[in-house]
Write a protein that binds this ligand. Structure first.
Ligand SMILES: [Zn+2]
Length: 167
């Protein structure tokens, strides 16, 4: 609970899905620890939230900078379907060098929050057995119906079962 939370807005299936990998590597926030929150808006933004103090900082890539990047050979070749690991280092290295040497304020914009509206979801330690498939389900994901516990797929199946035909 005392750990940093990263909220990522990039989304997936586009030219910069790997933004999230960079955030995971740099912050240590992971899906498994539930402190990597995906808020897929297709925006190049990351919010870092500190649960203890409720402070946060939202980091965005500056529009001008990102537009310049999209005109570079790196993105042109990527758009042609060439995966990043097949790109010539001569195409990739200038991008890396620029990120490492340019003043960060020219690349990123910051927005600070003294009080950020984020509710931490407490960890659940209870699990129940689904009365149909008999598998274990974390209680916050299970549904109770007529005094029985169900996992979501089994409850859906129960509620959408075909009606018995008469005759
Ligand atoms: Zn089930």
């Amino acid at each position: 609970m005392g750990e940093l939370v990263a909220i990522i807005e990039t989304g997936s299936h586009h030219f910069s899905g790997c933004f999230a990998d960079g955030v995971m590597f740099a912050t240590g926030c992971t899906i498994g620890k539930s402190n990597l929150i995906l808020n897929p808006l297709g925006k190049f933004a990351l919010t870092l939230y500190v649960p203890k103090s409720h402070q946060a900082v939202r980091v965005t890539l500056r529009y001008e900078r990102m537009s310049q990047c999209l005109d570079m050979d790196f993105f042109k070749l990527r758009a042609q379907g060439i995966p990043p690991f097949d790109l010539d280092p001569q195409v990739v290295d200038p991008l890396i060098q620029e990120v490492l040497t340019k003043p960060w304020m020219e690349i990123f914009a910051l927005q600070e929050f003294e009080e950020y509206p984020f509710d931490m979801v407490p960890e659940v330690f209870e699990a129940v057995q689904c009365s149909i498939c008999h598998e274990l389900v974390v209680k916050s994901y299970a549904h109770q119906f007529r005094h029985q516990w169900y996992c979501k797929p089994c409850l859906d199946q129960l509620l959408h079962a075909p009606l018995a035909s008469k005759g």
